[in-house]
Design a protein around this ligand. Structure first.
Ligand code: ADQ
Length: 459
């Protein structure tokens, strides 16, 4: 019976976007891991998806896409500015990522956040039938569980945070910390990427809401709230099967030929975000070139960075810094036919992305703080040949699972340089052994398992 309960997903964004064709009247499924994982579940469990279309359209009627009822939540331009660009991206995002940039606290952003969260809660309340499971996603919607419980106490409510949950010393900065904790505690299961995120939350809830409980269970009156870690993952098979296609293998070879077949290829792929450590990574590489520890005849770096949140000044500044650094490194170190850093500021299609993963000798994933980081897992899934070495920041949630990667502290330039040297010179058998273990981990714990485990906990 329980397995039959409908699953309603509530997320900031809908799983579909306006089709890119001329008329822009239809909708198409958005790319990305979360949608790949959750859409089939919502489909098979006859649920629905509540979310925002991504623009300030006044009214979009509910519709169905591939059998999934879509319930759009609308926002005004001012709400997009204050709730999304403001409170979500300039208050919560930096605060939850170790305050790498200084979070801004504006009362009118908070008011919009409350207002928009209430609209999502109402939309979920009117979509869910008796005893449905409602699964609320991410930092944009932390007040929804509490608001929804008031409206619909019959529902089972889950919440999952995709980004880190900060320790007390940082979270306590938030003027609305009690309200946010009350919102989250409205869920029956509060899920995080890692155990330490879950622990941070439990401790804060006990301190600021005066609740009883442990790191994994809190009591609020007679109601029990489960707190746990559910590390998100990827569609392993999807990536692996693209990586095994002859066209992908040929494309990877071509990429290597063009870069210079005898050179070692170091690859990084990120959203252009100040949390991803792109600037520090380039600096470590530059330092090694300056010291003559590596040279452009024998290695090449490829940095793919997809633009993101460009209206936020810290992101525009990061882009300028990255582009200046690439310019400087190339100016100092490139020679004809031997470019030190290839920089692509764009998103790659899935097939092209996998070809780059397959071509790389070393994959550098060095965020300063990251909830999980899916790139690291996608790289492993894309290496059925067992080639390539993963260099991974210890501050990514993924580092808790991918123990056989070379783990680095991205702020330690000497340490990063040493690990990069180790990666570039690692004996083939060692590298293959490490990759085999990494792949087993990601294969076993894929995104389908993530969704299944979470929903079992919730039901
Ligand atoms: P993000 O911060 O967006 O996600 P990440 O986990 O790295 O970070 O996912 C990025 C996704 O975008 C990957 O699937 C990747 O393939 C794709 N991508 C990035 N750059 C690309 C490019 N240049 N071209 C093509 N594709 C690109 C948030 C949290 C993470 C958490 C996820 C999921 O910040 O910590 O892992 O949610 O919970």
């Amino acid at each position: 019976m329980r397995g039959d309960r409908r699953v309603i997903v509530v997320a900031n964004r809908l799983p579909v976007m306006r089709a890119r064709g001329e008329s822009r009247t239809g909708w198409e499924v958005s790319p990305g891991g979360l949608v790949t994982a959750l859409l089939p579940i919502v489909q098979s469990r006859r649920g629905a998806w509540v979310g925002w279309s991504g623009s300030a359209e006044r009214s979009i009627r509910a519709f169905s896409h591939e059998g999934v009822p879509i319930r759009p939540v609308t926002m005004t331009d001012a709400e997009i500015r204050d709730y999304y660009h403001g409170f979500s991206n300039r208050t919560l995002w930096p605060l939850y990522h170790d305050a790498i940039r200084t979070p801004e606290f504006q009362r009118h952003w908070w008011r919009a956040y409350v207002e928009v969260n209430r609209r999502f809660a109402r939309a979920a309340a009117s979509t869910a039938r008796a005893h449905d499971l409602v699964w609320v996603q991410d930092f944009h919607l932390q007040l929804v569980p509490g608001m929804l419980r008031e409206l619909r106490p019959d529902l089972r409510i889950g919440f999952f945070l995709h980004i880190p949950f900060p320790p007390e010393e940082l979270f306590a900065w938030l003027p609305w910390r009690v309200e946010v904790l009350r919102g989250l505690i409205g869920a029956d299961v509060v899920g995080f990427q890692t155990f330490s995120d879950a622990q941070n939350f439990s401790r804060l809830a006990r301190r600021f809401l005066d609740l009883d409980g442990t790191d994994t269970e809190l009591s609020i009156g007679r109601r029990k709230v489960r707190v746990g870690s559910f590390p998100i993952s990827i569609d392993f098979q999807g990536f692996e099967s693209i990586a095994e296609r002859p066209e992908t293998i040929e494309r990877a070879r071509e990429i290597r030929r063009r870069l210079g077949a005898s050179r070692k290829m170091i690859l990084s792929v990120d959203r252009l975000d100040y949390t991803k450590g792109i600037d520090l990574r380039l600096k470590s590489y530059e330092m090694m070139l300056d010291r003559g520890e590596i040279d452009v005849n024998r290695c090449v770096m490829v940095q793919v960075a997809v633009p993101s949140r460009e209206s936020v000044p810290d992101y525009a500044d990061m882009r300028t810094l990255v582009e200046q650094t690439v310019g400087r490194v190339n100016g100092e170190h490139s020679s004809p036919g031997r470019v030190a850093v290839h920089y692509f500021r764009r998103a790659l299609g899935r097939e092209e992305l996998v070809a780059y993963y397959r071509a790389a000798d070393v994959m550098m994933v060095t965020p300063l703080r990251d909830g999980m980081n899916l790139i690291a897992k996608e790289f492993c899934a894309s290496r059925p040949d067992l080639g390539g070495v993963l260099l991974l920041s210890e501050f990514a949630g993924a580092a808790r699972q991918l123990r056989r990667a070379l783990l680095v502290n991205p702020r330690d330039h000497d340490g990063t340089a040493q690990s990069l040297r180790e990666a570039l010179t690692m004996p083939r058998d060692d590298a293959r052994q490490r990759m085999a273990v990494l792949r087993m981990m990601v294969r076993r714990h894929d995104v389908h398992e993530w969704a299944r485990e979470y929903l079992e906990a919730l039901a």
